[in-house]
Write a protein that binds this ligand. Structure first.
Ligand code: FES
Length: 268
C-alpha cells in the first residue's frame, strides 16, 4: 500500500485529495465524507504543474549577467553545509529576471545550483504566493482576502477591480497589463483592505473607488502614491497620533559612564 505523506498533499489538488481520501476510507467501512475546503478561488496559480508549450523542463532558462553578479552575495549568507537555505532568494532572483514568473526549468536550475532534489524547490515555490508559476501581467495585483481585509471590504475592492479590468481572480487582461490574484495576509492588516503590486509596493486603506483610480492611473502611466490611499500617514489611523506623541528618552545605559566607573581603582 502506498503511504500518503505531506509531499503528496502538497501536489494534490482539492479534487484529487478528496478522491484519494475517499478511496482510503471506504475499505475501512467509514463514511468517507467529502473534505470541506475553502472556496476554490484561483489565487496564486494552480496547485500542480502541468506541462505546456511555454512551461516545461525544456523551457530555456539561464541566469543572466545581472543575476550571476548577485548570486555570490546571496550564497555568502549561508554556510556551505546549509546552502539549500538560499532556495527562497534564488527563486525570487529567477522570477525577477523572468518577467515575474517561474517556469519549471527555472525551479530545476535552482535545485541544480543548490544540489537538492527538484521536489524540495517545487514545495517552496508552491507554498508561497510570492512565486508565480505561470506568466503574469505587467502589474500583478495581489489582493489580500484574509479576515481583517475581508471585514474591511476587500471583496468589494476585488469586485470593483474585476469589473474595471473585465477579468476574474486568477486571470490576466488581454493586453497583458494586469493579473489579479487573491492572496492571504500580507501583514498590513492595520491598513486593511490592501493590495500589493509586483511583490513590492503596498497600497492600503482602499475603497472600491480608490482601488479603481489606482488601477486606472497605472494603466494610463500616471504616477501613483504608495501606501495608504485615504490620506492617513503610515499606520497612524484617521484620527492621527493618539499616543507616543513625544520622542521617548533613550532607554540604554550610559556605557561611557559605566566604563569610567569600572576603570576607577578599587578602594581598599
Ligand atoms: S489581513 Fe490583509 S494584510 Fe493582513
Amino acid at each position: 500500500m502506498v503511504e500518503l505523506n505531506s509531499l503528496h498533499f502538497s501536489v494534490l489538488s482539492d479534487g484529487m485529495l478528496n478522491r484519494v481520501v475517499s478511496r482510503r476510507l471506504a475499505p475501512l467501512g467509514r463514511v468517507a465524507r467529502s473534505l470541506h475546503t475553502s472556496r476554490p478561488v484561483r489565487s496564486a496559480g494552480i496547485v500542480q504543474h502541468r506541462n505546456t508549450d511555454y512551461n516545461n523542463a525544456e523551457t530555456p532558462f539561464e541566469w543572466n549577467e545581472d543575476s550571476k553578479s548577485k548570486i555570490p552575495f546571496i550564497m555568502s549568507k549561508y554556510p556551505e553545509a546549509y546552502k539549500q537555505s538560499a532556495v527562497m532568494p534564488l527563486l525570487q532572483l529567477a522570477q525577477e529576471q523572468n518577467d515575474n514568473w517561474l517556469p519549471l526549468s527555472a525551479m530545476n536550475k535552482v535545485a541544480e545550483m543548490l544540489d537538492i532534489p527538484a521536489m524540495r524547490v517545487y514545495e517552496v515555490a508552491t507554498f508561497y504566493s510570492q512565486y508565480n508559476r505561470e506568466p503574469v501581467g505587467k502589474f500583478h495585483i495581489q489582493l489580500c482576502g484574509t479576515t481583517p481585509c475581508m471585514v474591511c471590504g476587500s471583496e468589494k475592492v476585488s469586485e470593483a477591480i474585476q469589473k474595471l479590468l473585465n477579468i476574474k481572480q486568477g486571470e490576466t487582461t488581454k493586453d497583458g497589463m494586469f493579473t489579479l490574484t487573491e492572496v492571504e495576509c500580507l501583514g498590513a492588516c492595520a491598513n486593511a483592505p490592501m493590495i500589493q503590486i509586483n511583490n513590492k509596493e503596498f497600497y492600503e486603506n482602499l475603497t472600491p473607488e480608490t482601488a479603481v483610480k489606482l488601477v486606472d492611473d497605472l494603466r494610463n502611466g500616471r504616477a501613483v502614491q504608495v501606501g495608504p490611499q485615504n490620506g492617513q500617514k503610515n499606520c497612524e489611523g484617521i484620527q492621527g497620533k493618539t499616543s507616543l506623541k513625544t520622542n521617548p528618552k533613550p532607554v540604554c545605559r550610559d556605557l561611557d559612564a559605566l566604563k569610567a566607573e569600572l576603570s576607577k581603582p578599587k578602594q581598599q
